[in-house]
Design a protein around this ligand. Structure first.
Ligand SMILES: [Zn+2]
Ligand SMILES: [Zn+2]
Length: 331
C-alpha cells in the first residue's frame, strides 16, 4: 500500500531528536530499550512471567479484602478447550475468563481484539490522507500521591486541554490514546499516555513540550514524539499499555483497592478522526465458519478433536513432546 511506503521519508530526522528530553528525567519516565536490542523472550518464559504476575495479583487482591476476585484471577486461563489434530492447534479457548482489568491473560485478549478493530480503520484513514504520517506520542505526568481516580481525572482533563490548543488541532487529525498506570507505594502513581496519532503537519518535539506545559498549567513537560514506520507494530505497541498494568509487584493492596474503586473507568480514548469508535467491546464476537471437531486439520489432514489442556500441556503439544507422550491416551 502506498500509504505505508511513504512513511520511510523524513524519518531519520525525526527520530534523532526524540529521546533527549526523556533521558534527562528518568525519574519520571524511563524509555524502554528498542525492540531490536531487547532480548526476545520465548513463549515458555512469557507464560511463566504471566503466571508469576497472576500469583502476585491474586495475593494483592486477597490482602486488599477481595478473596473472591483473587480466586477468579487464579482460575482464569488455567485450562483451555483445545481443538487439535494432536500436532497442530486450530483453536484454544480458556474454559474460564475472569475479565478483571488487571489480569494479564485477559489484558492480552482485550488488546488483541482492540488491535483487530483499530488497524483497518487507521489504514483506511491513512489511505484517505496520503500526505499524513502516523506518529507515536508519549505524554507523562509527574508522580502523584493522590488517589488513582484523581490522577486519572486530572490527566484526562489535561489531555482535553491539549487537544483544544490550536497548534495541536492543526497538526493532529486524530488518534487513539492509551493510559498506562504504574507506580509504587514509595513513589506514588506514574501515569502516562501513549498516543498513536495521525499527523497532518510536522509537529516539533519542542512545540509539543510547550503545548503540554500550557495544557497542564506548568505541571508537566516530558513528552516524546516520533514517526511510526510499521502501522501494525505501532498499534500493538500503543494498545498494550492500556490493557497491561506495569510492575504489579511494586503495587500495594491499597493501590489495587484504588484501582477497583474506579469502576467503569476506561483506559483508552479515541479522538479527532477516530472519535466514536469502540475498541473495547464487552464480549468477543464469535467467528463464523470455524473448523469443528471431526473435520480435517487444514495443515495435515488428520481428524480434529477437542481436549481440555493446561498452558504447559499446550506448550508441550506445540513443541511435539505431547504428541509422543500422550497422543495414544487421548483416543
Ligand atoms: Zn483473567
Ligand atoms: Zn494437523
Amino acid at each position: 500500500m502506498s500509504a505505508l511506503s511513504t512513511y520511510r521519508r523524513e524519518i531519520s530526522r525525526h527520530n534523532s531528536a526524540s529521546v533527549t528530553l526523556l533521558d534527562t528525567d528518568t525519574q519520571l519516565y524511563t524509555p524502554e530499550p528498542s525492540r531490536g536490542k531487547r532480548h526476545r523472550s520465548t513463549r515458555k518464559q512469557r507464560a511463566t512471567n504471566k503466571r508469576r504476575t497472576k500469583a502476585i495479583l491474586a495475593e494483592l487482591l486477597r490482602r486488599a479484602g477481595y478473596a473472591d476476585k483473587a480466586e477468579d484471577v487464579r482460575r482464569c486461563c488455567s485450562k483451555f478447550g483445545v481443538l487439535t489434530c494432536g500436532r497442530h492447534i486450530l483453536r484454544k479457548i480458556p474454559t474460564y475468563r475472569c475479565r478483571f482489568p488487571l489480569c494479564p491473560d485477559c489484558a492480552v485478549e482485550r488488546s488483541r481484539r482492540a488491535q483487530a478493530r483499530l488497524l483497518p480503520r487507521l489504514l483506511q484513514t491513512l489511505g484517505e490522507y496520503p500526505h499524513d504520517r502516523l506518529v507515536f506520542i508519549t505524554l507523562t505526568a509527574p508522580n502523584s500521591f493522590a488517589t488513582l481516580a484523581e490522577v486519572h481525572a486530572q490527566f484526562r482533563e489535561w489531555f482535553r486541554r491539549l487537544r483544544r490548543l490550536s497548534r495541536w488541532s492543526h497538526r493532529i487529525r486524530g488518534g487513539v490514546a492509551s493510559f498506562e498506570i504504574a507506580g509504587s507505594e514509595a513513589s506514588g502513581w506514574h501515569y502516562h499516555a501513549h498516543i498513536l496519532a495521525v499527523r497532518r503537519v510536522y509537529y516539533e518535539q519542542a512545540e509539543l513540550v510547550e503545548d503540554w506545559l500550557t495544557a497542564t498549567s506548568g505541571a508537566a513537560f516530558v513528552v516524546d514524539i516520533r514517526e511510526v514506520m510499521d502501522v501494525q507494530k505501532g498499534v500493538a505497541e500503543c494498545l498494550k499499555y492500556a490493557f497491561k498494568p506495569k510492575d504489579l509487584e511494586e503495587w500495594s493492596p491499597s493501590m489495587v483497592k484504588e484501582f477497583l474503586d474506579m469502576k467503569g473507568a476506561r483506559f483508552s480514548s479515541l479522538f479527532g478522526c477516530l472519535y466514536g469508535m469502540d475498541i473495547e467491546p464487552e464480549e468477543a464476537q464469535d467467528e463464523a465458519d470455524e473448523p469443528q471437531e471431526g473435520s480435517a486439520c487444514p495443515e495435515c489432514g488428520e481428524a480434529l478433536f477437542s481436549i481440555v489442556l493446561t498452558p504447559e500441556e499446550i506448550v508441550g503439544l506445540e513443541s511435539g513432546v505431547w504428541i509422543q507422550n500422550k497422543h495414544g491416551t487421548v483416543h
